[in-house]
Design a protein around this ligand. Structure first.
Ligand SMILES: *Cc1c(COP(=O)(O)O)cnc(C)c1O
Length: 202
């Protein structure tokens, strides 16, 4: 489980770290970078779960340990180059747009096999698996269908590669039980741990 600390202040994150949290998820790079500085003494690890623009790759490479939203070769190239400069590596998940909604980032399920076949070129990216944000809906069948689409992509990749692709980051506070029932190995939990966020952030 990845605790999501976006909009949560550094002091509250520090309490969570004292209670045993070792990695937190953030969706805004600047906010995450600022908190990473404030909490550098704790050794907590930072996972980026929001869309990363290519021109932010340098900032991400400076402090992040994981990027769950890899969705283009341009970003992979930019991250790899900046990470090589820093002498660092990150774990990555490939983001899949499992709902087909236009406003959502991520690759279409059919694009994932070709995309992932090229990730071996980037030595500083350690690929763990796939990530998705399901449709926000009360229709559990529609939500489950999103998770199932990603699981089947994972099965295709496993067949092709003879294994691997163990991690599926799927599910948030509102749908994590369903996500786990449909194969999630990582759920990203914000409000259920830290409480409701102020409205403008989401
Ligand atoms: C905010 C966020 C979460 C956590 O959402 P909650 O509903 O607060 O659990 C999970 N994943 C992503 C990508 C997020 O942006």
């Amino acid at each position: 489980m990845l605790p999501v600390s976006k909009t949560v202040g550094a002091d509250a994150i520090r309490e969570a770290i004292a209670a045993g949290v070792t990695m937190v998820g953030e969706n805004r790079i600047r906010e995450a970078g600022e908190k990473a500085e404030l909490l550098a003494d704790t050794g907590v690890r930072w996972s980026i779960i929001g869309h990363v623009q290519t021109n932010k790759a340098k900032d991400v490479a400076a402090f992040a340990h994981e990027v769950q939203t890899l969705d283009s070769l341009r970003l992979a190239e930019a991250l790899d180059r900046r990470l090589q400069e820093e002498g660092r590596g990150v774990d990555v998940y490939v983001q899949v747009n499992s709902s087909g909604e236009e406003q959502k980032s991520g690759l279409a399920p059919d694009e994932v096999p070709d995309f992932t076949a090229r990730l071996g070129d980037f030595a500083s990216l350690n690929v763990l698996g796939l990530m998705t944000i399901a449709v926000l809906s009360d229709d559990t069948d529609a939500v489950a269908a999103c998770f199932d689409r990603v699981s089947s992509v994972r099965d295709r990749l496993r067949d092709r590669d003879g294994g691997g692709w163990d991690d599926l980051s799927m599910g948030m506070s509102g749908d994590f039980e369903l996500a786990i029932a449909h194969g999630a190995t990582v759920v990203r939990i914000g409000t259920a741990i830290f409480g409701a966020r102020p409205a403008p952030h989401g």
